[in-house]
Ligand binder design. Sequence first.
Ligand code: KG4
Ligand code: ZN
Length: 353
Amino acid sequence: MIVLGIESSCDETAAALVRDDGFVLSDVVASQIALHAPFGGVVPELAARAHLEAVGGVVDEAVRVLPHGLRDVDVIAVTQGPGLIGALLIGVQFGKSIAWALDKPIVGVSHLDGHLLSPLLRRTETDEVPEFPYVALLVSGGHSALYRVDAPDAISLLGQTRDDAAGEAYDKVAKLLGLGYPGGPLVDKLAARGDARAVALPRPMLGRDALEFSFAGLKTAVARHVEKHGLPADDAARADLCASFQAVIVEALVTTSLRACEQEGVRRLVITGGVAANAGLRALAKSRAEASSVELFIPPFASCTDNAAMIALAGVHRFTRSGPDALELAVYSRDPRRRRGRFGADGKLIAPR
Ligand code: KG4
Ligand code: ZN
């Protein structure tokens, strides 16, 4: 079975082909970063228009590896949500058009399921994938949450951020320091050269057993620091502030993830989402996981950031389990699984935690 995935929930237009064994046949991503950069964040209406312009070409390129192109696709998987409604609609309508015109089955999948299953993608024949169950830390521009993944259709939310997502905090601090957009990679690079003890910033206090995050206070503390001392005068001062900020975030992410592994009795940790690219996070997660005898999996960057291969893979599992969706399938902006607990494939709460 070959599944075509289409992703358009935020600022990447993406299409990919994935086989039912998780092997990636093609993976095409058109990024809108340059379009939104002047605004310091994603502008929803511009995103939707750019998706509309890009989606045809991106899908064309993804199916080029098949002898008969789209006709060789067995199932179409589209990101149904969560995300920007106008943006989601473009990918979903495009997928529906193909499904209708070529009489192919379509399934709607959750963007978050895509991220959580992304470590199961294989890009070379020798790629290793984690076994179930695993604890997954999903850290991106829109999400910071911990999940327990027992199977593709048995995912439980363990806890999440009370306010900002980690990537959002990075982007806001970068904007504050005038570094540019998206801020994560820029702050990460500067942090590598700075002294993490240079600026005292508050660590979020959420209780010893909490599986939650909070990054809004930290962002405010950076803003206060800048108000009081002015913008860092040179590169060294900028690097020190970035390093101090990053140390607090990374410590919270790693400590809480390993706490989740401990509480769940699971010795496998996956880190995914755009922030998984962070060098400081990777280094600390590696050393702490080793010390706690937890196996660590961080998928390659192409699988961590928004992509359509993860959507196609989530589609493989969705289709195998429950067959096609009706062509009327709708988009949604907010994650229906916001409560802690175990959820069914349709997003309905099965067992609260
Ligand atoms: O998963 P992603 O591509 O898109 C979604 O938000 O779904 O994640 C993008 C986020 C942005 O906030 C970006 O600043 C952050 O990931 N990011 C990083 C790094 N690379 C990307 N944050 C910290 N360090 C990085 N190296
Ligand atoms: Zn994402």
